[in-house]
Design a protein around this ligand. Structure first.
Ligand code: SF4
Length: 151
């Protein structure tokens, strides 16, 4: 079994376990956290400073996540590194997280995140690692719904 396969198995087990505790958060208590490489490499919008700067032009999936965050009232942040992601997680207004990243970053983050519930979605890498990565917003929404309280 290669390392990423092993990590995927760990992530699946973690998501199953954490998902059982879910269903108790408001949208604005949940952070959708994305890696820098999700933004289209030719885009000059500063979505790291403010996800609201995304024009939702469709050239990358950050726009779809911005729509999703708006629909559910969730927060959306793009982290430029693992340390920054952990700082965002520490904010008291954040109670739970949906993290999009590669297998390695997710497992590293899960080991260091502390007690807040975090569900993970593994990104797709059609251009190789760390560049123009993709994620299906519908998959992120399905995971987000596991953390949201009913009604
Ligand atoms: S969807 Fe947003 S982040 Fe992606 S390329 Fe368009 S403006 Fe840039």
């Amino acid at each position: 079994m290669n390392l990423d396969r092993l990590r995927r198995a760990v992530i699946r087990a973690h998501n199953r376990w954490t998902g059982r505790r879910g269903g108790s958060f408001s949208g604005n208590e949940i952070l959708i956290l994305t890696p820098r490489c999700l933004q289209y490499s030719g885009c000059d919008r500063n979505v790291v400073a403010d996800s609201g700067n995304c024009l939702r032009c469709g050239r990358c999936d950050f726009g779809g996540l911005a729509e999703l965050a708006k629909k559910h009232g969730a927060r959306l942040e793009m982290a430029t590194g693992g340390g920054i992601a952990l700082e965002l997680l520490k904010k008291p207004e954040i109670k739970a997280v949906v993290a999009v990243a590669c297998e390695k970053e997710i497992v590293s983050g899960l080991l260091r995140k502390g007690r807040k519930p975090a569900l993970a979605v593994i990104n797709l890498r059609p251009h190789g690692p760390c560049r123009d990565t993709r994620v299906d917003p519908a998959e992120v929404e399905a995971v987000l719904r596991r953390l949201l309280k009913e009604g």
